[in-house]
Design a protein around this ligand. Structure first.
Ligand code: PMV
Length: 372
């Protein structure tokens, strides 16, 4: 039984005319990874991420109230489906996204029953190149959850406080994609119950309020686009393969321990230890994929070439630059912003040779969902 104060259904005054709302939400990059979940989008271990600022999804959510007549023919009790909404990406209809959105709408209906009272149109666009291999589900579901929450609060007779509103947004985003729960605020968000974080919850992410050393406050993430194709194995499938995984238990314990260590590192500013921990997390995530049944590999030869160059550069130049990986072949290069002038020539002249079309995206830590 889920209990959280923000889940009490609010008293609303629903509009009788059509309208719309636009929000943006960023992607995020996990430092300690979430990989493996229980029923109901409950993570098997806690995770923590930098919220980004340039890799954004912008979503306009338009609503048309059903007339009294059509309300009757809506068939309350049936599952919400593509007849309740339309999805457009950069202006083009995308019916192939309907099943994921329908699953999301059905999961959130108990917490937002009013979604059934409208016909929806979702117009969405990403600032990062289409098919760049960057997960759009985190920013996409954070934006959709943020837009729905903005509407609910504007119609509520007793609006939630900003803190509770962020919790409910994160709770809803989680039901679309687990990592989306961490895109709601910034610059660092954690999700999943952990004994070292008394406010932590499996249901929603929180902003890291612990002491964070100045060096981690302006981190950059340069995303090296090694492979811009569709992922060969989806995250949904990957999470499922953790159920019978021989190393699952050790992995979940390792992640919990790494998160505790990372909290100390974030407070004391030890960038060397930060690099060691973050890289080990990335490789552990991919080790889980390589040892799943069936096994699979998402890294490409260029991913490994870049990793080797990063480690060599760090050793020889004594610069606190490290890598992390998502569930894909692209490499996220993490470093304090002050080192940008020293790193950029190397990124442009050397690392970009390993990127598809020489492409990379410059991003940095950011603040989460914004109303436009
Ligand atoms: O949010 P999902 O279900 O797409 O899972 C993605 C998990 C990783 O991105 C691989 C790691 C993480 O914690 O973000």
């Amino acid at each position: 039984m889920i209990t959280a104060s923000f889940l009490t259904l609010p008293q609303l005054e629903l509009p009788s005319a059509r309208g719309s709302i636009t929000v943006t939400a960023p992607s995020n990059i996990a430092l300690v990874k979430y990989w493996g979940k229980s029923q109901g989008q409950i993570p098997k271990n806690a995770s923590i991420s930098f919220t980004l600022s340039n890799c954004l999804t912008k979503t306009t959510l338009s609503y048309t109230p059903f007339s009294e007549q059509s309300k009757e023919s809506q068939g309350i009790g049936r599952a919400l489906d593509h007849s309740n909404f339309e999805v457009f990406v950069e202006g083009s209809a995308k019916p192939e996204f309907a099943p994921k959105i329908a699953t999301f709408f059905n999961r959130i209906e108990a917490h937002m029953p009013w979604i059934r009272s409208f016909q929806w149109r979702i117009d969405t666009e990403n600032t990062f190149p289409h098919g760049s291999g960057i997960a759009s589900s985190a920013s996409g579901f954070a934006a959709l959850a943020g837009a729905l929450m903005e509407l609910e609060n504007s119609w509520s007779l007793h609006p939630l406080t900003p803190e509770l509103r962020a919790q409910k947004t994160s709770f809803l985003a989680r039901l679309g994609s687990g990592s989306a729960s961490r895109s709601v605020l910034g610059p660092l968000m954690y999700w999943g119950a952990h004994p070292a974080l008394p406010a932590s919850s499996d249901l929603y992410a929180c902003v890291l309020e612990h002491e964070v050393h100045a060096v981690f406050k302006n981190y950059k993430d340069t995303i090296l686009l090694v492979d811009q194709g569709e992922k060969e194995v989806s995250s949904t499938l990957g999470h499922n393969l953790m159920h019978d995984h021989p190393f699952a238990h050790q992995r979940f314990e390792q992640a919990q321990a790494n998160l505790k260590k990372l909290l100390t590192v974030l407070a004391n500013g030890d960038t060397q230890e930060f690099c060691a921990l973050v890289e080990s997390e990335a490789l552990s995530l991919h080790a889980m994929m390589m040892t799943s049944n069936p096994s699979y590999l998402l890294m490409k030869p260029n991913t490994l070439a870049i990793i080797e160059k990063i480690r060599l550069f760090r050793r020889t130049q004594n610069v606190p630059v490290c890598f992390t990986l998502d569930a894909g072949a692209n490499v996220h290069l993490l470093y304090p912003a002050d080192f940008t002038p020293q790193l950029m020539p190397w990124i442009k002249n050397d690392l970009s040779q390993h990127c598809q079309g020489g492409q990379f995206i410059e991003d940095q830590v950011g603040q989460g969902v914004k109303k436009v």
